[in-house]
Ligand binder design. Sequence first.
Ligand SMILES: N#Cc1c(-c2ccc3cc[nH]c3c2)n[nH]c1N
Length: 242
Amino acid sequence: MRIDVITIFPDYLNPLREALLGKAIERERISVGVHDLRDWTHDVHRAVDDSPYGGGPGMVMKPDVWGEALDEVCGVQDATPRLVVPTPAGRPFEQKTAVRWSQDPWLVFACGRYEGIDQRVIDDAATRMSVEEVSIGDYVLVGGEVAALTMIEAVVRLLPGVLGNPLSAEQDSFSDGLLEGPCYTRPEVWRDRPVPDVLRSGNHAAIARWRRDQALERTYHRRPELLAALPEGDLDKADRKQ
Ligand SMILES: N#Cc1c(-c2ccc3cc[nH]c3c2)n[nH]c1N
């Protein structure tokens, strides 16, 4: 997978070179390009924003600068990328989004700042490629970079050979529509708190049942709407006893 990120704060994307993502680059599971939007400015001040039409607070990112940047970054290969635009006004980014995007050969992230990017940039790009305006949650950040990092990590960890144990991705929270249950490791007792006996029983059927029950209970208490959204038949009889 090829990933490009366009931003006015390239250093914000340095975490892409660390840890799991850094290993994925070293192992050539992904290639990453980070581009400074100001490289496509032509004025002495390297301006990327201007006042909003219609008035209002803040500044809007200029279409001409973004247009040239996207033309160049998205036009370099014979393929066509999926353009991802982080915005609080976007569709929710979910695990299923990450799974879908993990099949893509090329993602380009357009990280806005200020009040956002002139809408005509998105509308123009959509005539040439798939464009998704997405939000990572119902809270407001000051720019798209943290959102891009979040989404890139959620996608890249799903790629073959990135996670040490591919089962981890299969047993993620949300992979079966439920939250993950609690996890434990040594010591067996910590501050007078023992590990649940079933987990030390060696009875794999009982362990699987206990873990499913814990996931159901946690989902019921923390995210009941996820239970309601489960496809018909996903809850078996044993589940219904919960
Ligand atoms: N995704 C996402 C976002 C943002 C976001 C994204 C881009 C910009 C550009 C200026 N301000 C931004 C906020 N806030 N909250 C989210 N869930």
